[in-house]
Design a protein around this ligand. Structure first.
Ligand code: MG
Length: 218
């Protein structure tokens, strides 16, 4: 069982599903040469892929190209289906920092064949998450600096203001497909600058006002 801690509270939430958005920052869509989607592109990481602060990503031996994607993570605090964007933020328990680890070579191969991405996105350790801070402590999740360093070299440097769909619209869209339950997490897409990590690297992901996540790579 994997759980997340809500900082400053006694609360620990058991993680359910991790629903991820792809292609939510236009500069990242351009860098991978993808088309801008009319509807959100969604996939799910299993809760078994989650690791925490100061834990280690293990790159599977069937990939030579494992990429980092830093993302704002949204922790769901209460049950909802077909949630209206106007009421969506009432379903958020907290915010955290996530890294959507992606086996880019495997994903490109799956994409070419029209196959699902789970092998590239859902392998063990593919979902590093920080502790979460209560939503009440985040005045505006739509305007936060989001960065990722590899060995102190800045690789990703964006703002959640660049997200094409913001948190309320994302919750509305996701909950039309998947019922959202307490402990579910949504990863909201990554800004430009994704790239490979190798064994021995150290990643530091940070979102202004939310926290930091340090992860080793092996
Ligand atoms: Mg991603």
């Amino acid at each position: 069982m994997h759980a997340v801690r809500l900082k400053g509270t006694a609360k620990t939430l058991r993680i359910g599903k991790v629903v991820c958005l792809a292609r939510n920052y236009s500069d990242h869509i351009k860098e991978l040469g993808n088309e801008t989607p009319e509807k959100p592109v969604l996939f799910i990481k299993p809760s078994s892929s989650v690791i925490g602060h100061r834990e280690t990503v293990f790159i599977p031996d069937f990939s030579q190209d494992c990429h980092h994607e830093v993302e704002l993570a949204v922790l769901i605090g209460k049950w909802g289906k077909n949630i209206n964007a106007k009421e969506a933020l009432a379903h958020v328990a907290g915010y955290g920092v996530g890294i959507d680890m992606t086996l880019r070579d495997v994903q490109n191969d799956l994409k070419k064949k029209g196959l699902p991405w789970e092998i590239a996105k859902g392998f063990d350790t593919a979902c590093p998450l920080s502790d979460f801070i209560p939503a009440s402590e985040v005045a505006d999740p739509s305007n936060l600096r989001i960065t990722l360093k590899v060995n102190d070299q800045l690789r990703q440097d964006g703002s959640t203001a660049q997200m094409m769909r913001q948190v309320p619209e994302i919750i509305q869209a996701v909950s039309e497909i998947f019922t959202l339950e307490e402990g579910d997490i949504i990863l909201t897409g990554t800004p430009a600058g994704v790239g490979p990590v190798r064994s021995g690297d150290q990643m530091t992901a940070e979102i202004e006002g939310i926290g930091q996540l340090e992860i080793q790579v092996q």
